[in-house]
Write a protein that binds this ligand. Structure first.
Ligand SMILES: Nc1ncnc2c1ncn2[C@@H]1O[C@H](COP(=O)(O)OP(=O)(O)OP(=O)(O)O)[C@@H](O)[C@H]1O
Ligand SMILES: [Mg+2]
Length: 267
């Protein structure tokens, strides 16, 4: 299989790019792929914390680009899962510390060793985004079902198309089925009507996401929460599996309903 380099982007900030990068990278590694997650958000690095690898940083991507170390010295191997690596970025530098050409070269190097390179990018349409995306072939666009986020996603999709990224897939994050039902939140079909790109995943709003970020342990390491399953499904779809979309409208079965089912009474 040819290596794949995927940038994880959004127009609006705070919609879940870093969370998605960490969880999808972990899920791809667990299913047997050699994966590196690269923090492309220079100056506002977060991926290391969400992946729980912040205490293992010796060199950053910027150190390698400045010639202070080799690229492979920036790789942090996750000890909890085989085949999962991360490259941190610098916290004390500005977005121009990494150029587009440098990112293209970094990605070319990483293609030699990895099945998947996932790049977490900064929000917005400025140079930071363009640099992070420069070396990628494909893109995942993350949005929440809010009008402002969807409008900004539309803008970023236009830019990704002009940069000839393909395929570009959409992830709708932080869905709250009850709000959609009441008509207080856009549904996924509304978002798809507006953005007109392929959907690769829907993630419910789930407090386990916040908990796992604080613990530095991606949900897809083992948790069976709905968000975890949703991220694992995205990873499987990326590798070409045909997984049906979760029905986020259906309420989760409570404890008693499950017991009833176990005794054959779930009619
Ligand atoms: N599905 C979810 N359910 C609940 N909370 C979520 C979900 N996805 C993301 N969050 C929370 O939203 C916040 C922003 O997430 P994250 O940092 O991944 O976004 P981002 O797009 O990378 O932000 P930035 O643009 O600042 O880089 C975090 O506190 C995260 O835990
Ligand atoms: Mg982020």
């Amino acid at each position: 299989m040819a290596p794949r380099v995927i940038v994880v982007t959004s127009g609006k900030g705070g919609v879940g790019k870093t969370t998605a990068t960490a969880n999808i990278a972990a899920a791809l590694a667990i299913s047997g792929n050699k994966v590196v997650a690269v923090d492309g958000d220079v100056g506002l690095r977060n991926l290391d914390v969400i992946m729980g690898l912040e205490n293992r940083i010796v060199y950053t991507l910027v150190d390698a680009l400045e010639g202070n170390c080799r690229l492979n010295q920036t790789l942090i191997k996750d000890k909890r899962v085989d085949n999962l690596f991360m490259i941190p970025t610098a916290q004390s530098k500005t977005k121009d510390a990494v150029t587009s050409d440098q990112m293209v070269n970094v990605c070319a190097e990483l293609r030699k060793d990895f099945d998947f390179v996932l790049i977490d990018s900064p929000a917005g349409i400025e140079a930071g985004f363009r640099n992070a995306a420069a070396g990628a072939d494909e893109a995942l666009v993350i949005t929440t079902p809010e009008v402002s986020a969807v409008r900004d996603a539309d803008r970023i999709i236009g830019l990704l198309e002009s940069m000839e990224k393909s395929p570009i897939f959409l992830v709708v994050n932080r869905i709250r089925p009850q709000m959609v039902k009441r008509g207080d939140m856009l549904g996924v079909s509304d978002v798809l009507d507006i953005l007109q790109i392929g959907l690769i995943g829907m993630i419910p709003d789930d407090e386990n996401v916040v908990k796992s970020a604080n613990e530095g342990k991606p949900l897809t390491f083992g948790d069976e929460s709905r968000a975890s399953v949703a991220f694992k499904n995205i990873a499987a779809r990326i590798t070409g599996e045909n997984i049906p979309f979760m029905n986020l409208e259906a309420p989760q079965k409570g404890f008693f309903a499950r017991i009833r089912d176990a005794f054959g009474g779930g009619r």
